[in-house]
Design a protein around this ligand. Sequence first.
Ligand SMILES: Cc1cc2nc3c(=O)[nH]c(=O)nc-3n(C[C@H](O)[C@H](O)[C@H](O)COP(=O)(O)O)c2cc1C
Length: 204
Amino acid sequence: MQTIEQLINARVSVNHFQAGRPLATETIHQLVALATRAPTAFNMQNWRFIAVQSAEAKARLLQVANGQVKVVEASVSFIVCGKLAGYQQLPEALSASVQARIMPAQVAASWADLASTSHRHDPALQRDEAFRSASLACMTLMLAAEGMGLSSCPISGFDADQLRTAFELEPTELPVMIISVGYPASGNWPQKLRKPVEEVLSLV
Ligand SMILES: Cc1cc2nc3c(=O)[nH]c(=O)nc-3n(C[C@H](O)[C@H](O)[C@H](O)COP(=O)(O)O)c2cc1C
């Protein structure tokens, strides 16, 4: 079992995957189950994951992902969508935690009110929240994959409008990122170097 520090240090954005190595449906489930352990504002869980794994769906994804062959070679490419108007589903999203007695019903109701008041008339905030939620899920998904001995690549190089059409997304679903997951082939780079911490950290 690797530590979280080892997984973070080991993860790289893989460019070449071994083609023809599908993942079991259970593994795909497990990856998404772990990704959804990421936090969201108010526990909104305003996301959807489309696991692109069939040859036909991969070909559709390739068309809208600037011809990036890794979406075909990877075992599975997840289209991670953030959802607008997540506040509307908040009572439903919180109900399991209320039933499990993790949070009192009146707190859930007040969160739903607060989220509705702040988000209802603020499309920019809804979009920010969709991107925040989906991005946290993406990073969690990549670390989950790493922990399962798989590699990944985050991808924003796609045409969002074409992707929406090709995968029949709802108007409220924003395709935030594609996360390709699979087995690395040869020829991938090591993790690229990062700026020194002193350059990016302000201690105040
Ligand atoms: C939001 C985002 C979008 C990215 N889009 C692409 C992409 O379209 N194609 C690609 O090959 N890599 C893509 N990458 C991978 C980055 O190039 C990579 O994470 C960065 O160069 C650092 O490399 P490393 O993760 O291996 O250290 C993307 C990464 C992020 C976070």
